[in-house]
Design a protein around this ligand. Structure first.
Ligand code: UDX
Length: 436
C-alpha cells in the first residue's frame, strides 16, 4: 500500500518507519527543510532505540522516503496519516492549528478516495473538524479516521510492532477495511483491532493517559502517607499490585510523571470537560499533586541542610523524563535544577542521552560531566532524577570517596534502604523510611 505521513516527530517517524517495515511504501512529509534534509541523509533527528535498524533497512529497500512537498508526498497514497503537534494553548486546550492547516491544504490535492487518519492526540470532535476543513475544497470522496497511538518513548518501535490493541474510530466501512488491511501484520498474535465511532476513539486516548497519570499520582499520594505513618510504599505497591484488578504496572511512586503526553493530555481532558460544563475534579487534583511531587526532594534537601542551600554543590543523575530517551519535556530534573540554581546551588550533572538538549536550554549555568562519578566528584550531595540502569548498581565505595557528605536524595527509589544503612549512606527516597 502507498502511505503518506505528515509530520516527522516521534510519532510520525515511528509510524512511517514501522509501516514501511511491514511492506508498505511510505513517504514522510515535513515542512521543516533542515529536518527533511537530515532524514534524506539517513540521520534520525530523535533518539529512539531500535528505530535506526528499521529506518536504514527500509530506505535501502526503497520503501521509505522524505519530502517537504505535500502534493508530491501524497501522490497515490491510499492513507494519509496526520502526526502533527497539538501543543497546549494558553488555556490548556490542544492547539489544532497545525492539523487543521494541513487538512485545509489537503482538500484540493486529493485525486482519489483517501483515508485521512488523525494519529495525533486530539480532543473529541476533531475528526468532524478535519472532515469539514477538507470538505471545503475536496473534489473526491474521503474518510477521516481517528487512530490514536499508545506508544511509549524508548520502546515506541516495540509498542508499534506489537500493540496491546489498535483503536480505529470510523463510521465508514470502506475506511475500516483499508485500516484493517494495513494493521493486519501487527495483530497476528491475536491482539484486537477495536473499531468504534470517531468520538469514542478520540476520548479513548485521553482516558488511557489520564487514567495512567492518575494511577501514578495515587501511588505518589500513598507514598506521602507512608512517610507520615512509617510504612513502605514498595511493600504497599507489591501488596496492591498483585490484585489482578489493579495490576502491577504504573504503580511506581517517584517524583511525578513528565514527558510529552501525560501532562498535556490530563490538562487537555480537564479543559475539554470544562467546555461541556463538566467538572472533572479528579484531574485537577492529579495536576496539582503532580506539580507538588516534582520538587518533593528539595524539601528533603532543606530538612537535611537547613533552608539556606547557597554555596552547596549537588550532583544530579539523570535529566530525561524517563530512561531510554533524550526527551526532557516536563522532566522533573529541570524543575529541580531550576529551583536549586535559584537557591544558589551549583549543579554537576550526567545523563546518558539528554545532556545536549539541556545544554541548549541552560547553557553553561550547570556543569555537564562525562559520567556519573565525574558528576559526583566534590559534590556535597547526590540527587537522582531518572532511573537509567547505569545508576542502579553504582560502585558505592567510589561514590562515598567522591561525595563530600555521604547523602543521596533518590527520586526513583533505586536502592534498598537496608543496603544504604549498611553502607553508612544517608538516604532519602520516596515513601520509605529515611536512612540516617
Ligand atoms: C505515555 C503512554 O504510556 C503512552 O501510551 C502514550 O502514547 C504517550 O504517553 P511516555 O510519555 O513515553 O508514554 O512514557 P511512560 O513510560 O508512560 O511514562 C510517563 C511518565 O510516568 C514518566 O515520567 C514516568 O517516569 C512516570 N511513571 C511511569 C511513574 O512515575 N511511575 C510509574 O509507575 C510509571
Amino acid at each position: 500500500m502507498k502511505i503518506a505521513v505528515v509530520g516527522t516527530g516521534y510519532v510520525g517517524l515511528v509510524t512511517g518507519t514501522c509501516f514501511a517495515e511491514t511492506g508498505n511504501h511510505v513517504t514522510c512529509i515535513d515542512i521543516d527543510e533542515k529536518k527533511v534534509e537530515k532524514l534524506k541523509n539517513k540521520i534520525i533527528p530523535i533518539y529512539e532505540p531500535g528505530l535506526d535498524v528499521l529506518f536504514d533497512r527500509n530506505i535501502k529497500q526503497g520503501r521509505l522516503d522524505f519530502t517537504t512537498n505535500l502534493k508530491e508526498g501524497i501522490k497515490g497514497a491510499k492513507i494519509i496519516f496526520l502526526a502533527l503537534p497539538t501543543p497546549p494553548g494558553e488555556d490548556g486546550s490542544a492547539d489544532l492549528s497545525y492539523i487543521l492547516g494541513v487538512a485545509e491544504d489537503l482538500g484540493p490535492l486529493l485525486d482519489q478516495y483517501t483515508v485521512i487518519v488523525d494519529k495525533s492526540t486530539v480532543p473529541v470532535g476533531t475528526a468532524d473538524k478535519v472532515t469539514a476543513k477538507i470538505a471545503e475544497n475536496a473534489k473526491v470522496e474521503f474518510s477521516v479516521v481517528s487512530n490514536p497511538e499508545f506508544l511509549r518513548e524508548g520502546v515506541a518501535v516495540e509498542d508499534f510492532m506489537k500493540p496491546d490493541r489498535v483503536v480505529i474510530g470510523t463510521s465508514s466501512t470502506k475506511a475500516q477495511k483499508i485500516m484493517e488491511e494495513l494493521y493486519a501484520p501487527l495483530v497476528r498474535q491475536g491482539n484486537p483491532i477495536i473499531t468504534m465511532d470517531e468520538k469514542s476513539a478520540e476520548l479513548t486516548k485521553y482516558a488511557a493517559n489520564s487514567f495512567l497519570a492518575t494511577k501514578i499520582t495515587f501511588m505518589n499520594e500513598i507514598a506521602n502517607m507512608c512517610e507520615l505513618v512509617g510504612a513502605d510504599v514498595d511493600m504497599v505497591r507489591k501488596g496492591v499490585g498483585t490484585d489482578s484488578r489493579i495490576g502491577k504496572r504504573f504503580l511506581f511512586a517517584g517524583i511525578g510523571y513528565g514527558g510529552s503526553c501525560f501532562p498535556k493530555d490530563v490538562q487537555a481532558l480537564a479543559k475539554s470537560a470544562k467546555e461541556v460544563n463538566y467538572n472533572f475534579e479528579i484531574l485537577n487534583a492529579v495536576m496539582a499533586k503532580n506539580k507538588e511531587q516534582k520538587t518533593k526532594l528539595i524539601d528533603r534537601l532543606k530538612d537535611h541542610y537547613g533552608s539556606d542551600l547557597k554555596g552547596k554543590t549537588v550532583a544530579v543523575w539523570g535529566l530525561a523524563f524517563k530512561p531510554y530517551t533524550d526527551d526532557i519535556r516536563e522532566a522533573p530534573a529541570l524543575v529541580n535544577i531550576k529551583a536549586l540554581l535559584e537557591a544558589g546551588v551549583k549543579i554537576k550533572t550526567y545523563d546518558p542521552e539528554a545532556m545536549d538538549n539541556v545544554k541548549e536550554l541552560l547553557g553553561d549555568s550547570i556543569t555537564f560531566c562525562k559520567d556519573e562519578y565525574d558528576a559526583a566528584e566534590d559534590a556535597d550531595a547526590l540527587l537522582i532524577m531518572t532511573e537509567w540502569p547505569v545508576f542502579r548498581t553504582p560502585d558505592f565505595d567510589k561514590i562515598k570517596s567522591t561525595l563530600k557528605d555521604n547523602v543521596i536524595f533518590d527520586g526513583r527509589n533505586l536502592y534498598n534502604t537496608e543496603t544504604m544503612a549498611e553502607l553508612g549512606i544517608t538516604y532519602y527516597s520516596i515513601g520509605r523510611a529515611i536512612v540516617k
